[in-house]
Structures are given as structure tokens and as C-alpha cells.
Write a protein that binds this ligand. Structure first.
Ligand SMILES: [Zn+2]
Length: 423
């Protein structure tokens, strides 16, 4: 077999494996029926077989299942010195290549250890050898801007076009909602049609085309004329965090929403719901989510009750400092260690969405109270500014802000997507 042919085949194996890995989301309980692909090209006659490790199965077992003799399988796997046989995860993709189908033994076995990491076991004249391959990533910065029409996901998908894959765009949305703006904006309730966003984010592209979103460098939301900027800033003296344009941290004492945005997908339909009506109805906000979705404490505090409360079903009430408290109703279950008297931290999982009490479907009923009186969380949890950046870092922050916001605004002036920088 010519070297050039081998290279082409290897590359093809890697590309197909990577494509499979992108699509395969949860670990497979049962291996898929091995797909046997034959080369359709005229010259090389080779056979390629894909598989993935079943639960508790060894690599030798998988190869035997694919038709190799026990001896041949053991010889091949013995070459894989960098692979700890006890630590191979279920579902690990494996490709077996036979460049000379008249031969019973394969010529190459490719184990995909990560999206960008492959272990090749190659059979040569002197037996099996291994070589490790890491695909290179390239990183650049992309700027996106768009207008909310139905929801944030759709707006970002529309803005991203072909710049980000659907998965990467989804990751960007989740990062914006659950990371950058989690203390400031309830992306399920606060966005209105016509609101706009701009984002500057790092993008990593693997040599096979897989795209990942890295850090969000800067963002700007315009919610009915209220602009909320987010600038990522980090220094030796300060862990990375998001700050507004005046240098105040976007962090606050309370999260805006007791569920992560990534779990509230079913809430889209309600995003333009008349909040006031919902509010008058029962002094709380309902978030539709699948039963079992983790519910998090919106702030530090002490659990004052965790038990049954008639219409609320299973209810948790947390007392926070300064006269604030929060309630979480209809829970299916409480998280471990949650009982009256327990201390909880902001973001800690306290229970799971359910439909206990007076509920027609699984949802979280959330209340925010000020001195014992329910207040609309949309108003009561509105934050205007967290801790300011230390004075000694202000000049450094200012220069970062000027650079990234300049980049963001310059690159989103009228166009949907622009690649603004290559690193
Ligand atoms: Zn409710």
C-alpha cells in the first residue's frame, strides 16, 4: 500500500470518527450495529468498521466481537501502552481499518480518546506500534449581533449563520444566559421583541471542522433601551469576571432565576407572557421545566422550611440576609442535606422540579419576599451595580474595556457576523 493512500484513509477515518463523535451525545448503553463501509473509489480496496465499547467491555473484547481472533486482538492492544485498560469509558468510539481485506488481521485500529485526540495502532512488518495524534485547533474572535424576534436561541442562530455550528451557537446562548448575565437578566422573561444583543467571543475550530465557543470577551444587551454591557476582565490580582462599562462587577447577591437557562427551553412560549397577570394571579413566577430539573438557591441563606405546604406541594423557603427570602414550590424532591436550619450557598442545588401540590404540569413556582411580603422578582431582583473593580486595577480595566468594546462595536456595525481577529 502506498504511503499517500494510507494517509488519505487515515484522515478519512479520523474525519468520520470525529463526525460520529459530534453526533453521539449520551454514552451508548449498547454498541450500535457495526457499520461496515466499503471504499467506493476505484483503487484501494479497504474495509472500515466502526464500533464503540459496550459497558464493561475491553478493547480486546470489542475487537473479538468484530471478528478478530483472541491472539490477534491481544497483540494489537498490547501495543497501546498509553491506554489504561481499566479506564476506558463505555461508548468510546473505535474504528478498525483493514487495507488488505484478504488478510484476516486489520492494518490499523483508531481509538478516539477525545474529540481532538486519537490513538492509532498500526500493524507493520515488525508488529503493532502505536502513535498518538492530536488534531490542531485554531482560535479566532468572532462578533455577532442580532435582534430578538422570538427568543434568544433563534436570534443567535440567525446571527451566527455559518460562523458557528448549531451546537456552538447553543453553547454561546447558554454561556450568555447562565454565566455572563445570570445575576442581571432573566433571559426567559426580560427579553422583548426588538431587543438587541452584540457578542464578541473566542471561537476554536478543530482541523476537522468542529467548532467550539471559547470565552465571551464582551457583550452588550439592549433591553427596551436599557443597555447592559459585560466586559470580561482578569488580572493577576483578580479572578476572571464580568464587569459593566463603569467597572462594576455583574455579580450580585442574588441570581435572577432559580433554574439554569439551559433547562428552561420549554418556557419559550411564555417569554412574552404578560408578567403582571401572572404576578397578580399568584404572587410568584412559574418556570416550566422538566420534572427532575435541578433548582438552585438564588442567594446565600438558611433554609427555614423544607416540607409539604398544601397548594405549594413540596416547598423550600430560604431566609437571606437583609430581610429577603425566597420560596420554591411544587418540588418533586429536596436535595440531599436540605432541611430547616441548613445553610445554602448561592447557586447550590436545593431540590428538583416537580408538580406536587396544585400544579397541572411540572414547573417551579418561585417567590421572592421582602420583609415577608411577595414582590415581583423582576423588580425586586433588579440590580444596578455590584462591587466596583479595585481602584488600583481601574486603569488596566479601562484599557481592556476600550479595546474590546471598540472591537465589538466596530465589528457589529451593520453586519451580522464579522471575523475580527486571528490569533
Ligand atoms: Zn406558580
Amino acid at each position: 500500500m502506498k504511503v499517500s493512500t494510507a494517509r488519505v484513509i487515515t484522515y478519512g477515518v479520523v474525519a468520520i470518527l470525529a463526525a460520529l463523535a459530534i453526533r453521539a451525545t449520551p454514552p451508548l448503553a449498547q454498541p450500535p450495529a457495526a457499520a461496515v463501509l466499503s471504499d467506493s473509489g476505484p483503487t484501494p480496496s479497504w474495509k472500515l468498521q466502526f464500533d464503540s465499547l459496550a459497558r464493561g467491555e475491553s478493547l480486546v473484547g470489542l475487537l473479538e466481537r468484530g471478528g478478530l481472533s483472541d491472539t490477534a486482538a491481544r497483540h494489537a492492544v498490547a501495543a497501546a501502552t498509553s491506554l489504561d485498560p481499566r479506564r476506558i469509558p463505555t461508548g468510546l468510539p473505535v474504528a478498525v481499518l483493514n487495507a488488505a481485506p484478504t488478510d484476516s488481521e486489520p492494518t490499523e485500529i483508531v481509538v478516539q480518546l477525545a474529540v481532538d485526540h486519537f490513538l492509532h495502532l498500526v500493524r507493520g512488518d515488525s508488529g503493532w506500534t502505536e502513535h498518538d495524534e492530536r488534531l490542531p485547533w485554531t482560535t479566532d474572535t468572532v462578533a455577532l449581533q442580532g435582534t430578538i424576534r422570538s427568543n434568544l436561541y433563534q436570534a443567535v442562530y440567525d446571527a451566527a449563520g455559518s460562523t458557528l455550528s448549531r451546537d456552538a451557537a447553543t453553547a454561546l446562548v447558554v454561556r450568555l444566559a447562565d454565566n455572563v448575565y445570570q445575576y442581571r437578566v432573566d433571559m426567559t422573561r426580560d427579553l422583548q421583541a426588538g431587543d438587541t444583543f452584540r457578542v464578541l467571543a473566542q471561537r476554536s475550530t478543530l482541523s476537522n471542522g468542529l467548532v467550539r465557543v471559547g470565552e465571551i470577551v464582551a457583550a452588550q444587551l439592549d433591553l427596551s433601551g436599557t443597555e447592559i454591557d459585560a466586559i470580561h476582565y482578569t488580572s493577576d490580582a483578580l479572578a476572571g469576571d464580568y464587569f459593566d462599562q463603569t467597572g462594576r462587577s455583574l455579580k450580585a447577591a442574588f441570581l435572577r432565576v432559580p433554574l439554569q437557562f439551559k433547562y428552561i427551553s420549554s418556557g419559550f412560549g411564555e417569554r412574552f407572557h404578560p408578567i403582571l397577570k401572572l404576578w397578580r394571579d399568584h404572587k410568584g413566577i412559574d418556570y416550566a421545566a422538566n420534572a427532575g430539573t435541578p433548582v438552585r438557591a438564588i442567594g446565600n441563606g438558611v433554609v427555614v422550611r423544607a416540607g409539604w405546604a398544601s397548594g405549594y406541594g413540596n416547598l423550600i423557603e430560604i431566609r437571606h440576609p437583609n430581610g429577603f427570602s425566597s420560596r420554591y414550590g411544587h418540588l418533586r424532591a429536596f436535595a440531599k442535606g436540605i432541611h430547616a436550619g441548613a445553610r445554602v450557598d448561592i447557586g447550590q442545588t436545593i431540590g428538583y422540579v416537580g408538580m406536587t401540590g396544585l400544579a397541572t404540569g411540572p414547573h417551579l413556582h418561585f417567590e421572592f419576599l421582602v420583609h415577608g411580603v411577595q414582590r415581583n422578582p423582576r423588580v425586586a431582583l433588579r440590580n444596578v451595580g455590584g462591587e466596583p473593580i479595585p481602584r488600583s486595577l481601574m486603569a488596566s480595566f479601562d484599557s481592556v474595556r476600550d479595546r474590546v468594546m471598540g472591537q465589538l462595536l466596530a465589528s457589529t456595525g451593520g453586519k451580522g457576523v464579522t471575523t475580527v481577529a486571528q490569533r
